[in-house]
Ligand binder design. Structure first.
Ligand SMILES: [Zn+2]
Ligand SMILES: [Zn+2]
Length: 305
């Protein structure tokens, strides 16, 4: 029998947090998505959405007495995707092990970039002062992160070189990596595969004329795709300053990609901070007219795959 595979959105807002009554329905926290696949917990990005997730995980799993293994994947290290990390409660327990994966950016290792994101004097504690155990590793395109068994840590393999090993664990959870140049300094797109189902996380990407063919292949037939949809055509093309080239897509680009890749459900993601709930609801309505299996990602929402 297939084990549970759930995707929960904890932060859906792009660029900066937008607290307040006008954004309460869709949510104002910056990107964080929790994937629960069988016994494994994967977290994608550590925007401010990770703070509440961390509190709930710490309450439920009691890392003061029970070992807790979590894996965090960073798409990239822009501030809106890392700013919640210093407040991630499970990191404050000695029995927590955090496996942290992501890209090397501008020739800096992921571990160093994270340490720069929480460093005195701009932050009261440094990363090395956190009591949890940490395994931080840069990833490359073509690698597959395999979770062979419930209690094991992840293993980093290569899709071709380790094909036989991957085939041996074809029913186990694995995460594939695609490197994209569709965002300033580059970004990783992840595909989570579990027992015949797939979730693709493609935030902070700008599409291309004729669509992103590499992403279409990578995301093909996924059950759920969360895709950057920060802009309307008006913001992208006109503006007051056109936002073409800033590394984000329009909702129409997300819809076109989902159609071309035969995606079951499309979640529009990385909402424009200038859009309040009414604006997002209107865009959601327009997108659903064009592609019914589409919704605006909303904080607290869980999708079962
Ligand atoms: Zn972002
Ligand atoms: Zn970014």
């Amino acid at each position: 029998m297939a084990e549970p595979f759930q995707v929960t959105f904890w932060g859906v807002r792009g660029s900066y947090p937008t607290p307040g009554a006008q954004t309460a329905r869709y949510g104002g926290n910056t990107p964080c998505v929790h994937v629960r696949a069988g016994a494994h917990d994967l977290i994608f990005d550590a925007g401010t959405g990770i703070i509440r997730l961390g509190k709930l995980l710490a309450q439920a799993r009691k890392p003061e007495t029970n070992p807790l293994n979590l894996t965090i994947f960073f798409t990239h290290t822009h501030h809106d995707h890392t700013q919640g990390f210093p407040f991630f409660a499970p990191a404050r327990f000695q029995l927590t092990t955090l496996y942290i994966f992501g890209p090397k950016s501008l020739n800096e290792d992921l571990a160093r970039v994270l340490s720069l994101a929480m460093l005195p004097p701009v932050f009261p504690i440094a990363v090395d002062e956190l009591p949890c155990e940490r395994v931080v590793r840069n990833l490359n395109e073509g690698q597959v992160i395999l979770f062979p068994r419930a209690d094991d840590g992840p293993r980093v393999l290569w899709s071709q070189r380790d094909a036989a090993e991957l085939a041996r664990y074809s029913d186990a959870l694995n995460v594939q990596v695609m490197k994209s140049a569709a965002h300033p300094h580059g970004v990783f797109i992840y595909r989570v595969n579990f027992q015949g189902r797939a979730f693709v996380f493609a935030t902070d990407v700008e599409s291309y004329v004729g669509n992103d063919q590499q992403l279409i292949q990578f995301a093909r037939d996924a059950d759920l795709l969360a895709h950057d949809a920060q802009y309307t055509d008006a913001l992208y093309l006109r503006a007051p300053v056109p936002r073409q080239g800033w590394g984000h897509s329009t909702w129409r680009m997300a819809v076109d990609l989902a159609n071309a890749a035969n995606i079951k459900q499309l979640a529009l993601f990385h909402h424009e901070p200038e859009h309040d709930d009414d604006a997002l609801q209107e865009i959601e309505g327009r997108a659903r007219q064009v592609r019914p299996d589409t919704f605006m990602a909303r904080e607290g929402m869980t999708i079962e795959l």
